[in-house]
Design a protein around this ligand. Sequence first.
Ligand SMILES: NC(=O)C1=CN([C@@H]2O[C@H](COP(=O)(O)OP(=O)(O)OC[C@H]3O[C@@H](n4cnc5c(N)ncnc54)[C@H](OP(=O)(O)O)[C@@H]3O)[C@@H](O)[C@H]2O)[C@@H](O)CC1
Ligand SMILES: Nc1ncnc2c1ncn2[C@@H]1O[C@H](COP(=O)(O)OP(=O)(O)O)[C@@H](O)[C@H]1O
Length: 471
Amino acid sequence: MRKLFKSCYALDQKCYEQYGLNEDILMEHAARGMAEYIKGRFEEGASVLIVSGPGNNGADGIVLARQLFGAYEVHLYMPFGVKSPMARLQLERVQKLGISLCDEPKEADVIVDALFGAGLNRRLDEATQQLLHRLNALNGFKLACDVPTGVGSDGRLMPFAFDADVTITMGALKESLYLDESKDMVGEIVCTDLGVSRERYEDQSDTFVLDASDLQLPIRTAASTHKGTFGHAAVFCGEKEGAGIIAGMAASRFGAGLTTLIVHEKVSQPPFLMHTTVVPSSATALAIGMGLGAHFDQEFLDKYVIKSHLPIVLDADAFYSKELLGILEQNEREVVITPHPKEFSVLWSQINGEEISVDEIQCNRFEMVRKFNARYPHVTLLLKGANMLIMQEERLYINPLGTSVLSKGGSGDVLSGLIAALLAQGYTGLEAAIQGSLTLTLAAQNYKGASYAILPTDLIDAIQYLEMSQK
Ligand SMILES: NC(=O)C1=CN([C@@H]2O[C@H](COP(=O)(O)OP(=O)(O)OC[C@H]3O[C@@H](n4cnc5c(N)ncnc54)[C@H](OP(=O)(O)O)[C@@H]3O)[C@@H](O)[C@H]2O)[C@@H](O)CC1
Ligand SMILES: Nc1ncnc2c1ncn2[C@@H]1O[C@H](COP(=O)(O)OP(=O)(O)O)[C@@H](O)[C@H]1O
């Protein structure tokens, strides 16, 4: 897993004050990171259009032009002139080298966006939007310097943004690159160092990006075991019984020794799942909310869910029930909640009486998750989305490994089942949420069918092969 930062301003300051570096050195390395990437992908002689803005993001682009000039066919386009002292200095240097500016953007093998980076501080005007439109329409490979123009430092997408194939980000990873809204624009994210190693550049952080290598499957190592060794997941099956059945199948596939569906009446579950009308005394974890509706009366929920001490996953319809949300106050219990943004909006209104739209949540995903955590630090919140956010006790993890393959009814039910399986096997809420989410996304990546075709059962099937694909 890698550290993530809101902004790199303080980290740059540390380079100046503690390591005696200066802007010039940092910039030279920023550009070198981009140059190395281009050299690794494109033969000498390839054409590179660099579109530079007036600030230090533009200055990075000008330095790149200098570093590539001679070996590559460099076109430097600077539609807004220079404003920052570093941009002015870098422009003087390239002019001495004989690089002249071009009058308009033109097709090239590589298109570099160095218009605005971390300093974007207001809406892009019409002319800049038009320019981005033109750049996005070019066929060349698109590289964004630090942050694609149009992705604000708070992660909000302007009406228009550069559509990068790769973003070479400077020094450390930034939160703005990992908002759902940015996911289509940033492309691959590559972090380059700025003259000191990543370890020396970065400070403490309580925010992390998860990698595939963080996956730890519930692999069985002991030999003298029986099914009770691996816990008993009890999954509530409500009005839409399919949701509970999918979650139960995922729980069984992910290693719960036993899985029981809690039902009112017989459901058409697969033969390896049991069903009962009460929670079995051997249960070690509960999952409730998927397709629940108003299936169980309050007395039943009170007895078997709210007054239970068992670790629990709350999902979907659970967020519409003030009584079930009372579980959030149970400080001694392992509680994982897995809302998607609409459910988070409902949850927020239930716990705070404050209405917040899905759009507002999506623009402020990190902030909203942190606000929730400030109130319920012991609860593990997993906010679903293109990049899932997971937070407990002031530590925030982001899983960027999901794909649109997962945008299909039932994927979230699989996730609840995976988390319930791990809770049943004794994982903490945080570990269960992290590992369940990694498993869901990696199973989706391993799916070999067409991107539109997956079924929740395909995801569940893919889980059995993760162990082999990890080796
Ligand atoms: N230690 C360092 O400094 C390092 C910095 N590095 C690089 O510097 C980048 C940050 O540079 P930066 O701070 O100069 O900001 P940048 O993104 O160029 O934008 C500011 C300029 O844009 C303008 N402007 C803003 N919004 C606008 C809008 N909507 N529409 C129009 N104009 C707008 C703004 O104008 P003003 O507000 O002053 O009127 C100002 O002129 C960073 O992303 C990285 O690439 C690396 O080299 C590593 C070391
Ligand atoms: N485009 C996407 N990229 C990454 N993950 C996605 C994408 N679309 C959906 N997901 C993931 O799939 C799951 C869908 O959950 P949810 O909407 O609750 O489904 P359901 O309730 O129908 O089972 C979530 O974990 C979400 O993060």
